[in-house]
Every structure is written in C-alpha cells, then in structure tokens.
Design a binder for this molecule. Structure first.
Ligand SMILES: [Zn+2]
Length: 341
C-alpha cells in the first residue's frame, strides 16, 4: 500500500512463450556505509516476483558496521534486465477499490508532508518519480503554489511523467543540472534501497537543497514481525535482486547525519506489501500451485485490510514495523515547516 517496491505477481502479464531467464554475471561490492570488505552471509533468495534472472542472490551483513547489502549484485549494465517493462513502478494504478483506498490514504500523506515542506511557493523534487504517480498526488492534494519536478533513469517512465505536465529529467540525480535554483524539498520514496551508493545520493541532495530545506525518505526497515519470520530468504523487502542496501532506523539516521543532515523525525509505517510478497515468495518456493501463491498479491483487498489493521495496531503500540520514514533537514535557513514562508 505504501510502497514502490511492491510489484506485480509473476505470470500476471500474458506472455505465451517465455524464454528461460539468463544467469547474470554479478559484481562483488564493499559496504556502502563504511567501505569494509568483510561480511557474513545473511539471506539467500531468487527473483521470486519477476523471475528476470536464474541466479541465487545473497544479502550479507557488514562485520564492521552491521549494514545489510546485496553482494554480489547485478552489474549496472543489466538494469534493463532486472527492471522489466512490466515493473510495477512503470504502471498506472487502475480504478479499483484498492486504488481508491490507496489514493485517499496517500492524499493524507501529502498533507502530512505539507507540515514539513511548507505551503508557500516551494520547489520540490521527487527522485525516482516513475510515471509521475506521486507527483500527481502532490498536485491534487498539496497547495497550488508547489512547483513539482521529477527525475527518473527510465526514459519511458519519465516521458509519461512529462506527459502529466511535470518538469521531468531523465537520468541520475548525480548528473542533474537543477538550473541554478535551489530546491526547498526532496522526496525519495522506496528508492534509496535500490541505489548502489546511498551516500553519494545524500551528498547530492544536500548540495541541491537550500539551507533549511527538507529531505523525506521512505524505505524498508530491518524490523517487524514479517522481517523476523521471513528474514532468511522470503522477506518481501529483499526484492531480489533489485534492493541493494537495506537500513534500520539507526543506520538510516547515521547515513543522513554523516552527510550533514539533522534528523527532524523518524517513524514506522505500515508495510502491507512486505507481508503479502513474503507469503507469496514462501508459497511459491515451497511448490504450492501458482494460483495459490498468486492469491498473496499486494493488491488483494482482503489481505491488505488484514495487514493494515495488524501493522497499524503494532505501530500504535510502539512496536517496529518493516517500513520507515525519516524527515531530515539541511541546517541553516528558515524553518521548513512553513512558519517563515
Ligand atoms: Zn559497513
């Protein structure tokens, strides 16, 4: 419900003849947070959701700082393979009950963001904007003075975003030329876990923001009942092989603070997709019939309702869930809450 990392169930597209998935050559990597090369095995799994590669993948834990990362990982030359054309982030929502519920829920999220971003004229960048779905929500539910900008490395998704009327850039944030105007806010929803060097992204965002500007990140959290149950292989947020770095609330705050930001707020979010995808992965690998594992689709309204209630109760009672939001601020300047527009 909250997440861009949820994805279509395998086999949902009608592909009559499917060639076997390739075995990718993988690249060894270092810990992106501390640079250490020593690690311990943490979890093994396959591309349960899209079957884009025949490899068995591995998450490892850095023995120096405890950070969790995919190692080895696909090379950047294979991004077109591991992000297939039917990848959920490139799809529009549809008009069913779940889409309507989700829209209402995300409208409330935009109004919450307004508290941190402010309601006057603000220039706001969505990194990994996909087809502009969340920018459109910000346009519909946010103040009319907001100037909304998107960037995505997928040219086709970026074209769809531009067609919705947004200033859209194609490429990586590292290469973005913002045209001399500092940004008031940057949002990055369910994306930092996909990038190879999160620290580079943080430094780039820091440079692009005006003093006092805010940076909102939502990303999986290494906690919660679903994580503890499925952490050895099937956890939905492993999203093999597309999630490369996974954070706890503490490690995400450390990443931001070590790159100059102040933490304004850190909180747990409901994580329905992690539940449904974890169950899907479990039943799929245990050899249950395809129709049965596909029942555990993240758009199944019954399961969504169950897990929304479960995660909401748990987070209300102060327990951690497997999804998190952190709001950080570049020091200096005016207060980003809009008190001094
Ligand atoms: Zn480390």
């Amino acid at each position: 419900m909250e997440s861009r990392s949820k994805s279509a169930s395998p086999g949902r597209e009608s592909t009559p003849v499917k060639s076997p998935a390739p075995t990718l050559s993988l690249v060894e990597t270092l810990c992106a947070l501390c640079g250490a090369s020593e690690f311990a095995d943490e979890a093994f799994g396959a591309d349960f959701e899209y079957a884009t590669a025949a490899n068995r993948f591995r998450f490892v834990r850095c023995v120096v700082c405890g950070h969790l990362y995919l190692n080895p990982r696909p090379s950047s030359d294979d991004l077109g393979v591991i992000y297939p054309a039917n990848y959920y982030a490139y799809e529009d929502e549809g008009a069913g009950l779940v889409a309507r519920m989700r829209r209402r829920w995300e409208g409330a999220k935009v109004r919450l963001y307004e508290k941190w971003i402010g309601s006057g004229p603000r220039r706001i960048l969505d990194i990994g904007c996909g087809n502009g779905r969340f920018l459109a929500l910000m346009r519909d539910f946010g103040p009319p003075e907001w100037a909304l900008v998107g960037i995505d490395f997928d040219a086709d998704a970026a074209r769809q975003c531009a067609e919705k009327g947004f200033e859209t850039h194609v490429g990586r944030i590292e290469d973005l030329d913002p045209g001399g105007e500092a940004l008031d806010a940057v949002i990055m929803l369910q994306l930092i876990e996909h990038v190879d060097d999160p620290a580079v992204i943080c430094r780039r965002v820091f440079d692009l923001l005006r003093p006092g500007g805010c940076f909102i990140i939502e990303t999986p959290n290494l906690a919660g009942v679903d994580y503890r149950l499925f952490r050895h292989s099937w956890w939905g947020h492993y999203h093999f092989p597309r999630h490369w770095n996974l954070f706890s609330t503490a490690s995400l705050q450390r990443l931001l603070e070590s790159n100059g930001f102040e933490i304004v707020r850190s909180e747990y979010l409901i994580s329905t997709s992690a539940w449904t995808i974890s169950l899907h992965n479990y039943f799929l690998e245990r050899g249950y019939p395809d129709w049965f594992s596909r029942f555990f689709h993240f758009k199944n309204p019954l399961l969504l309702a169950i897990f929304v209630v479960f995660d909401s109760l748990r987070s209300a009672m102060g327990y951690e869930t497997s999804n998190q939001r952190v709001v950080a601020r570049k020091p200096g300047g005016v207060d980003p809450s809009g008190a001094n527009p």
